[in-house]
Design a protein around this ligand. Structure first.
Ligand SMILES: Cc1ncc(COP(=O)(O)O)c(C=O)c1O
Length: 448
């Protein structure tokens, strides 16, 4: 089957700023309008956006969603199943349970005990996992006050947000330094745990990343798992971006040790090419999800669940929930695992070819090499000051976007402002990637 990702229209550039007075007019729902004109209004409204799914948009984590995911979403919406309980949606629930088992097995989690649930995205997956960690590791209110959790300097902001939602204070979060590869430094982690124990605090969890947002780095998962076991800590892996690598044909070895985690976050709306609203949280022991989230009431008494017939409302925060697993199931069922793996591999190859091309050109400095499809680099002419180089790279990024060459936004690494690309679109060829780098180089030169 031919895979068509193409979109018509402009590239990565932002649209002109919306005329707010016009949009405000559209927002008013009182008077009925002809459907044709409301469709036109919707097109106008949505034209004011960055195309996160455009092959040349490399900012944040892009979402090159697969057309089969759109179709899967439309079909799910058509049937509008309530995927909270087995009684209401035994079909979609059985697919969700089986797909979760399949994905968990790919990460290396034990098939007999593991489970999980589809959620709206990585932030919700992290929150759900952190709640399990808190409930399993810190029994009393007094323990919760003394608990401390370890993240790296590169850990995603949603972890801090989730901890805040759960009532933890910033003082309970330890930011462990990273090494030269932007991976959590295991020695510093060990020392931080030791210092906290001496201070009478209660280390309870460590968050490792499989694919940090900034550089794509993967923390030393096996070493962290060893230390977590030794110190009796809950190990959560934020794989919102990078967990998909376990399905890759050529790079899955990078995620070795993943199956030793207690919980894993994984976003299908990132590197599994799904439309938004499709994340997954996996638990080593699915009963831990039930411990945190299962509740009961008289009015749900008819929706009895057993292990083989789960009520997903007992696995997470939501009661009413859409059948989020179905679009991923639909996509994977049509394309098959092998093609999915090749699509993921392609992202790694894109960033690698961009890096190779930059290395051939003058004045380009690689701050973080191609890792899981992410590359951080900057134009750094000799004899320019650090401040001038920072400003130049900001200007390059703005010009690339304004001229629709590419959406290569900036980030800060090692105190330096740099360009960052996250290149995971299966629609972008390696040749086109090289051409984009040439254009980025020309843009930099034009600004000298
Ligand atoms: C590593 C990582 N974790 C968590 C998240 C949060 O995911 P979401 O935006 O789906 O809530 C992101 C989003 O970019 C991410 O890159």
């Amino acid at each position: 089957m031919e895979i068509i990702f193409s979109r018509v229209g402009v590239g990565a550039g932002t649209q002109s700023p919306p005329d707010m007075s016009q949009l405000r007019q559209y927002a008013l729902p009182e008077a009925p309008q002809p459907i044709e004109s409301v469709i036109q209004e919707a097109i106008t409204i949505f034209s004011h956006r960055i195309r996160m799914d455009h092959p040349k948009f490399f900012g944040f984590i892009p979402s090159p969603s697969h057309p089969l995911s759109w179709l899967g979403e439309v079909i799910s919406s058509l049937f509008n199943a309530h995927a909270g309980s087995w009684l209401q949606s035994s079909g979609p629930s059985s697919i969700e349970a089986s797909l979760i088992s399949f994905l968990a097995a790919r990460t290396g989690l034990p098939v007999e005990t593991s489970g999980g649930i589809f959620v709206s995205g990585g932030s919700m997956a992290n929150l759900t996992a952190l709640m399990m960690a808190r409930d399993q590791m810190l029994g009393s209110q007094e323990e919760r006050m003394r608990g401390c959790i370890y993240v790296s300097e590169q850990t995603h902001l949603s972890i801090a947000k989730g901890l805040r939602v759960l009532g933890f204070m910033d003082r309970q979060i330890r930011k462990v330094p990273v090494d030269s590869k932007f991976q959590l430094d295991i020695n510093s982690l060990g020392k931080a745990i030791e210092a906290d124990r001496i201070a009478g605090l209660l280390p309870f969890a460590v968050v490792a990343s499989c694919g940090t947002t900034n550089t794509g780095s993967i923390d030393p998962l096996n070493e962290i798992a060893d230390l977590a076991e030794q110190e009796r800590l809950w190990m959560h892996i934020d794989g919102a971006y990078g967990a998909s690598i376990v399905l890759s044909k050529s790079y899955s070895h990078l995620a070795g040790g993943m199956g030793r985690a207690n919980s894993i976050s994984w976003d299908a709306h990132k590197w599994l090419f799904q439309t938004y609203g499709c994340g997954i949280v996996l638990a080593r022991n699915k009963n831990h999800l039930m411990d945190s989230f299962a509740t009961d009431a008289e009015y749900v008494r008819d929706a009895v669940a057993a292990e083989e017939t789960p009520n997903f409302w007992n696995f997470g925060i939501e009661l009413t929930r859409p059948a989020r697993a179905m679009k991923l199931w639909f996509t994977m069922r049509v394309v098959g695992l092998e093609t999915m793996g090749m699509l993921i591999d392609h992202g790694c190859a894109l960033a690698e070819s961009a890096e190779a091309e930059l290395k051939r050109l003058e004045h380009w400095e690689i701050l973080s090499p191609a890792t899981l499809g992410i590359l951080v680099f900057r134009y750094a002419p000799v004899s320019w000051s650090e401040r001038e180089i920072d400003e130049l790279n900001i200007a390059i990024s703005k010009k690339l976007l304004a001229e629709n060459v590419a959406g290569a936004l900036t980030t800060k690494l090692l105190g330096k402002i740099a360009l960052r690309i996250c290149a995971i679109s299966p629609e972008l060829s390696l040749e086109e990637m090289v051409r984009i780098i040439t254009k980025i180089d020309e843009t930099a030169i034009s600004l000298l």
